[in-house]
Design a protein around this ligand. Structure first.
Ligand code: MN
Ligand code: MN
Length: 298
């Protein structure tokens, strides 16, 4: 492992640690989701990092992939169980971490279940540990606490400019003998729920990612594609980021994005929801395996 790369991972982790502290300070009922996301993203940049993906502020039955849109008036609610999921990269080397805040005061046990599952997962992490073994530990912990793990959400590897690299790290016991390797970074992220343990894609998406910079005729679509390729590469980006930087009208932007989606130049990350009325909690950290030892980056 190039030690320069390792240093960048460590730096990303440190910035993320601070950003999470800031996020916990700022997140309050009544706070606008948009302001919260933008403050955290600005904090990352002020501290010489870049967001590795838009700050995710998924509440209650939404498990992942919600980030506010550019004119979003939504606020954090008194009874929200809010997942704040933040990614930081330094020259493409990514740290990814999430925390759940229970404003309702009614779901402390579920928050704890995800946190305990993460802790127990980390206790079996080592070079050569199988991802199946990690999933087993997570499932066992969450079920013991009386909840269900979300079976179709996983942790993942991290590679240069790739936020979700192989292998997926399951949140349930699974025969998967892929092994954790020395010199690599991994995000482990248990989700606990009082629902079925299965999320579905919503029709709404605010987050997108580049697939392939193919030739497109629409000028605005081409502009967006060139901008995204240069600025984010394959990392996920928010529609509001494009809007802020490229100053296209909402109509022009929507038309352009639709064309890019249709041509498969980009793909959407739709919001992922448990059943209405259910709650999902999440805990996540990024680790690095260095010289046979596990280091927590966040
Ligand atoms: Mn995350
Ligand atoms: Mn992750």
């Amino acid at each position: 492992m190039d030690s320069e790369e390792y240093k960048k991972y460590v730096k990303a982790g440190k910035i993320l640690q601070q950003a999470k502290k800031e996020a916990k300070k700022l997140a309050r009922p009544g706070k606008k989701m948009l302001e919260l996301a933008e403050s955290i993203e600005a904090f990352i940049e002020e501290n010489s990092g870049k967001p590795a993906f838009p700050v995710n502020l998924s509440a209650n039955n939404c498990a992942a992939h919600f980030t506010p849109s550019e004119n979003d008036e939504r606020t954090v609610k008194e009874n929200d169980v809010l997942k704040i999921d933040v990614g930081v990269h330094v020259d493409g080397f990514i740290a990814d971490s999430a925390v759940t805040i229970d404003f309702s005061g009614e779901h402390g046990k579920m928050v704890e279940a995800a946190e305990q599952a993460l802790e127990n997962a980390l206790s079996v992490v080592k070079v050569g540990a199988t991802v199946g073994k990690i999933g087993e530990e997570i499932e066992r912990t969450i079920k013991k606490a009386g909840f269900n793990p979300v079976q179709n959400l996983t942790g993942h590897g991290l590679e240069e400019y790739i936020a979700h690299a192989a292998p997926p790290i399951p949140n349930i016991s699974r025969h998967d003998d892929r092994k954790l390797e020395d010199g690599k970074a991994y995000a482990i992220e248990p989700f606990a729920t009082n629902g079925r343990g299965f999320v579905r894609e919503s029709v709404q998406a605010e987050i997108f990612g580049l697939d392939k910079a193919i030739p497109v005729r629409n000028t605005n679509a081409r502009k967006i594609l060139e901008f995204v390729q240069k600025e984010y590469r394959e990392l996920p980006f928010a529609e509001r980021w494009v809007s802020e930087k490229l100053k296209l009208s909402e109509f022009a932007r929507k038309v352009a994005l639709r064309e890019l989606l249709q041509k498969k130049a980009i793909h959407a990350y739709p919001m992922l929801n448990e059943e209405e009325g259910r709650i999902v909690t999440q805990a996540e950290t990024t680790i690095f395996l260095k010289d046979g030892k596990m280091e927590k980056l966040v």
